[in-house]
Write a protein that binds this ligand. Structure first.
Ligand SMILES: Nc1nc2c(c(=O)[nH]1)N[C@H]1C(S)=C(S)[C@@H](COP(=O)(O)OP(=O)(O)OC[C@H]3O[C@@H](n4cnc5c(=O)[nH]c(N)nc54)[C@H](O)[C@@H]3O)O[C@H]1N2
Ligand SMILES: Nc1nc2c(c(=O)[nH]1)N[C@H]1C(S)=C(S)[C@@H](COP(=O)(O)OP(=O)(O)OC[C@H]3O[C@@H](n4cnc5c(=O)[nH]c(N)nc54)[C@H](O)[C@@H]3O)O[C@H]1N2
Ligand code: SF4
Ligand SMILES: [Mo]
Length: 689
């Protein structure tokens, strides 16, 4: 492997490490050992040289004056943000001695790792860290904050995270972006849709609770009440059967449960569906007929509706649609919820779950962090946070912060910045950026596996996740050789799963040579799915065994507060979750946190455009700027962006989000919360709790 770090000037291949489906190919321009420009790699077959604004400005972030340079220990109160520099030796010795003592007193399960995909690299996101915490015997973390509800829902219907090849969607004639703000969150799917529109006259439909930039891009935007999408899909299925817009051969050959489904959907007549969803009867018919007649048609299933109480059932239901008209047999026909199944790597090898001796070790759902930190019966005494910023991104964030403040909690945070979470830490460790490490990346949308070699030296004293856990294994006295493995060895051994037929032909040497490889995808049909029946399960006995209705069903959202507005706090364009929210360049592009509301509601509440409004519920409050119009339905308020703490602002939106769990997979319910809204009186102090 050529050593790119040694070449101080030149252009080097790279991959975007952020938690974004597009996983763009990048070119890094380096001068005198420093990255001076980040651009898209024009040779990448899917992303083709186009990248988002966020990453085009990445040098602002990786060379930002606030970037952590060396380990720190806390000298002020928890949360105050006062730290002093220490050496790595002191940092890891402090951690090891605290943990050894704690394990003796409270057992190893009193330690909890807390991470997500701040860096999507397999080795850094779920490699050496997992080995370490398994060997340590720490509590396990159920990583449910993003897509777990929908993944389970999709699996009930389709068996695994297997959709179509997005590159084929240029052949689609009808494209539905269903609960996805793709212009911001999957820009290359938008580019492919645009190509289909130009080439085939494809029609683009967006179904969303908010007419944002993606809705404005659509040929037809369908506003819907939050959490009611399953009802709309079932209404469509009812019409497809009633008007015989059905591919009977496909259903007979590749699905089970057609007759049960046909009977079941009779209750979802257009009138009832219109009342539930807010979509007018005529539009329900129009949509059903467009979908029934267009071929090939493609549905991009988004993350939004998954973040509801009924999120699993949403995906379960929508993913039945393409079967009804036999779309899966056509190039460009079908759906994508996620495609990670094609690029499965050898997690047994990478993570070594066998190192965990106690097989009944407790598992803590990451969405319930606030609760876990308040548990007095089996307390979490130490938390190790990396690649994640729970003080901002986790639901019921005030409860999380109260927990992080606990004097008896030993908190270690490993990050590139002194995040809101890190401010509560006892020890802070500086992390490298992905350009400073070797790793491999597997997209959950396109079908390429990509290699990242180190391009620049680690920034000051920062270390990668892999290095940190190697170091901790050493100070904890873990002698196993697997803690000494190099990144190249780990990657070569684990970049493909032994049973992954889609990557079986490739060698690691080829990945090193080409930097990206495309999985050898065969169409799903004709074929056998990894469901119990081997077919698409319109009727699922497995679901019934698991306590769900066997057929796709609309289940209303919970309302445990009686407050007037459903609140949907989605991500925004120029941040990636909370990443970039602390960078001035990106803050300028986003301007300020807004609350989108319908003009009828604003009129009723006496709120004018541009005024500050207070939104609150029993968990907390925020003060945002009112944006009034038709972009949301009455009774719904929407904000965009997961905002950083800023002096004089009250914009911790996750203070307001519920920490109850969705129907499946222990998923988050960020978008099912309720709030009250009123004009904010300028005399009210912004800093009061
Ligand atoms: N620019 C940018 N890109 C990102 C991210 C980011 O923060 N910023 N985050 C990344 C991550 S981690 C993820 S998971 C993805 C998420 O990206 P998406 O899949 O786009 O998911 P969200 O943005 O959460 O929500 C998508 C849309 O769902 C809508 N929505 C909410 N509730 C409902 C509902 O009940 N029905 C319908 N039909 N629509 C609803 C919201 O208004 C929003 O427009 O994006 C990734 N890419
Ligand atoms: N209200 C609301 N809340 C949400 C969502 C929403 O739509 N609305 N979306 C949810 C979703 S889908 C997700 S995925 C989560 C995401 O939540 P997080 O996973 O917390 O994502 P980020 O906020 O981007 O924080 C990632 C952190 O990892 C750090 N990091 C990056 N690379 C590395 C590395 O190599 N090593 C280490 N140690 N650190 C690194 C970054 O500096 C950053 O601080 O947020 C969830 N929260
Ligand atoms: S954040 Fe997404 S769109 Fe932007 S460069 Fe990374 S992968 Fe591409
Ligand atoms: Mo996510």
């Amino acid at each position: 492997m050529t050593d790119f770090v040694k070449q101080t000037t030149g252009v080097f291949p790279s991959v975007c490490s952020l938690d974004c489906p597009d996983q763009c190919g990048l070119l890094l321009h380096k001068e005198n050992g420093r990255i001076v420009k980040v651009e898209g790699d024009p040779n990448h077959p899917v992303t083709k040289g186009n990248i988002c604004n966020k990453v085009r400005h990445m040098t602002e972030r990786i060379y930002h004056r606030d970037r952590l340079r060396y380990p720190l220990k806390r000298i002020g109160a928890k949360g105050e943000g006062k730290f002093t520099r220490i050496s790595w030796e002191e940092a890891v010795d402090t951690i090891a001695s605290r943990w050894k003592k704690q394990i003796k007193e409270y057992g190893s399960e009193s330690i909890l790792p807390y991470s997500f995909y701040g860096n999507m690299g397999r080795l850094n996101a779920e490699g050496m860290d997992r080995r370490f915490f398994h060997r340590l015997g720490a509590s396990k973390l159920d990583r449910t904050i993003c897509a777990s509800a929908g993944s389970i829902g999709y699996k009930y219907t389709m068996g695994d995270s297997l959709g179509i090849d997005p590159e084929d969607t240029i052949h689609s004639k009808l494209i539905i972006f269903w609960g996805i703000n793709a212009v911001s969150t999957n820009m290359h799917q938008v580019a492919l849709a645009q190509q289909a529109r130009k080439q085939n006259g494809a029609k683009i439909i967006v179904i969303d609770v908010h007419k944002n930039q993606t809705g404005r891009f659509a040929d037809w935007f369908i506003p819907i009440k939050p959490g009611t999408d399953s009802a709309l899909a079932l209404g469509i299925i009812n019409i497809l059967f009633a008007e015989d817009m059905i591919d009977h051969d496909f259903l007979d050959t590749y699905t089970i449960g057609k007759d049960e489904l046909r009977q079941h959907v009779l209750q979802y007549d257009a009138q009832s569906v219109a009342e539930i969803t807010g979509v007018p009867v005529n539009d329900i018919y129009k949509l059903a007929r467009m979908y029934g007649k267009a071929s090939p048609s493609f549905i991009r299933i988004g993350n939004g509706p998954q973040h509801h109480d009924n999120g699993g059932m949403f995906v379960r239901t929508i993913s039945c649609l393409p079967a009804l008209t036999g779309q899966w047999l056509l190039k460009g026909g079908g759906a994508i919820k996620g495609n990670s199944g094609y690029l499965a790597s050898d997690t047994d090898y990478l993570q070594r779950a066998d190192l965990l001796k106690n097989k009944s070790t407790r598992i803590i759902n990451m969405n319930l962090l606030g609760e876990a930190l308040h548990d007095v019966t089996q307390p979490v005494k130490s938390l190790f946070v990396y690649s994640c910023n729970p003080a901002v991104v986790a639901p019921n964030a005030n409860k999380v912060r109260e927990g992080l403040k606990r004097e008896d909690l030993f908190l270690v945070v490993h990050d590139l910045f002194l995040t809101e979470t890190a401010k509560f830490a006892d020890i802070v460790l500086p992390a490298t950026s992905s350009y400073e490490n070797m790793d491999f990346y597997t997209s959950y949308w396109h079908q390429y596996i990509q290699l990242q070699q180190s391009i620049i030296e680690p920034y000051n004293e920062s270390k990668s996740n892999v290095d940190v856990f190697r170091l901790l294994a050493n100070v904890m006295g873990f002698k196993e050789e697997l803690f000494q493995e190099s990144e190249a060895e780990m990657a070569a051994h684990s970049f493909k799963h032994p049973n992954n037929v889609y990557l079986e032909h490739f060698t690691f040497e080829e990945l090193v040579e080409h930097h990206y490889l495309k999985a050898k995808i065969k169409p799903l049909f004709p074929g056998h799915l990894p469901t119990p029946s081997g077919k698409i399960e319109l009727y699922s006995e497995k679901m019934q065994e698991d306590g769900f209705p066997a057929l796709p069903t609309y289940v209303p959202l919970k309302d445990d507060s009686g407050l007037p507005f459903l609140y949907v706090p989605a991500p925004n364009h120029n941040y990636l979750n909370s990443t970039f929210s602390n960078i001035e360049k990106h803050q300028k592009m986003e301007k300020e946190a807004k609350l989108y509301m319908n003009h009828q509601d604003a009129l009723y509440l006496g709120i004018k455009a541009g005024e500050m409004v207070r939104i609150w519920n029993k968990q907390g409050e925020c003060v945002l700027k009112a944006e009034i119009g038709e972009s949301v339905l009455p009774g719904v308020v929407v904000s965009q962006g997961i905002w950083a703490d800023q002096e004089g602002k009250k914009q911790l939106i996750n203070a307001l989000t519920p920490d109850r769990l969705s129907d499946m997979g222990g998923g988050a319910t960020f978008f099912s919360g309720r709030v009250a809204v009123q004009r904010w009186q300028r005399s009210e102090s912004l800093n009061k709790e």
